[in-house]
Design a protein around this ligand. Structure first.
Ligand code: SF4
Length: 365
């Protein structure tokens, strides 16, 4: 990631803490998906998903025109590439909200659509950054079994082979493989790393811990010690060139350690900025503070897409009080990253962790 963008994010984050403006928006543009992953936390929404109930492009335009500028947008699904207007949606936030960092997770099944979207973004939004997350859960049939769709691994790799050509030619496109660590693939992480390295020379694998209430409850059968072991395996072979890269991955590793502590202690450690810096918008226009605490702050359709009215309403303040009291054992990386970046308590704690946990090992990338 570019250090100039990171500085902007850092500066705007602290400003947002004072001005109460959103910093990181998670927008579920669809709940439809062509797969049924065992670890998926959005499966209930998928079962009842209908294209006709999703926010239309013109409704999304109203939303973006009524939202303040914000730097970072995570586009979620379902499978985002099932929407034909994905590029137009991104363009709206690019123009109306000055958003310059887009994170786009995909199962990589629709190679041509992924390629053409990436190509369009890098040619028509040359100052925007796109982080494409290709979801991988195992190698070959193992991946297909977890994803519930035969042939999905082959399609994923075809997509990677195509878009990686664009990545080589453009500095603002980043492609990462992303795995959801669950009981189903905890023993397959080494194999995935080896495969990606030997076949494509890819040395890093981004990861999230399974969260909320997955389709198959067994997915969460993962002990804190298993998770710690995974973190160490996943970070073992990173070959990082610049200081900036080292800091970026150190931050990621710190988030994992905070998650490990949360898992172990079964309590929330950091203050949470959900509903203030982080916000979630559903495919039907309901605003929530976070995916794991789905208490509605407001319904965009009912409020004629007046985002600011919802954002400053009494109801939203009440929800923020619920966030302060939230006792969920939270390991949701998107929020933990924000909470640890914009809380002074996190810096003291990380310093303590560094001293306590063999500092050389911790930062030895
Ligand atoms: S602590 Fe975690 S689960 Fe609770 S509101 Fe914050 S982000 Fe959501």
């Amino acid at each position: 990631m570019d250090y100039k963008y990171s500085l902007r994010y850092f500066k705007e984050g602290w400003k947002s803490r004072l001005t109460n403006k959103p910093l990181f928006v998670t927008f579920f543009i669809t709940a439809r998906c062509n797969m049924r992953c065992k670890h998926c936390f959005y499966w209930k929404e998928m079962e009842k998903a209908r294209k006709s109930s999703e926010l239309s492009l013109s409704e999304i335009e109203l939303l973006s025109k009524n939202m303040p500028p914000f730097p970072q947008l995570l586009i979620m699904g379902g499978e985002p590439f099932l929407r034909d207007d994905l590029y137009d949606i991104i363009k709206l936030f690019y123009h109306n909200n000055h958003t310059r960092f887009f994170i786009l997770p995909t199962n990589g099944y629709f190679s041509d659509r992924v390629y053409s979207l990436c190509e369009k973004i890098i040619t028509e939004m040359s100052d925007a950054y796109l982080l494409l997350h290709l979801s991988i859960d195992g190698v070959g049939e193992e991946h297909d079994r977890i994803r519930g769709l035969r042939g999905s691994f082959v399609r994923l790799m075809q997509t990677y082979e195509k878009v990686s050509l664009l990545e080589k030619a453009d500095n603002n496109l980043y492609i990462e493989f992303l795995t959801c660590c669950s009981s189903f693939n905890k023993s397959a992480i080494e194999e995935m790393l080896r495969y990606l390295k030997e076949k494509y020379g890819v040395g890093t694998l981004c990861y999230n811990l399974v969260r909320a209430h997955p389709l198959d409850k067994e997915a969460k059968d993962i002990r804190p010690e298993d998770y710690l072991e995974l973190i160490n395996i996943l970070h073992r072979d990173y070959k990082l060139k610049s200081i900036f890269e080292k800091l970026y991955y150190l931050r990621r590793k710190s988030v994992s350690y905070l998650n490990y502590e949360n898992l172990k202690k079964k309590r929330k450690f950091l203050p949470c900025f959900a509903g203030r810096l982080n916000v979630v918008i559903s495919e039907e226009g309901i605003i929530y503070p976070c995916e794991l605490l789905p208490i509605p702050m407001g319904d965009l359709r009912k409020e004629r897409f007046d985002f600011n009215k919802i954002w400053s309403s009494e109801e939203t303040e009440r929800v923020r009080d619920e966030v302060r009291k939230c006792s969920i054992r939270c390991t949701h990386e998107t929020n933990v990253i924000t909470n640890s970046t914009f809380s002074l308590k996190a810096y003291f704690y990380l310093f303590y962790l560094l001293l306590r946990s063999r500092p050389k090992k911790f930062i030895s990338q």
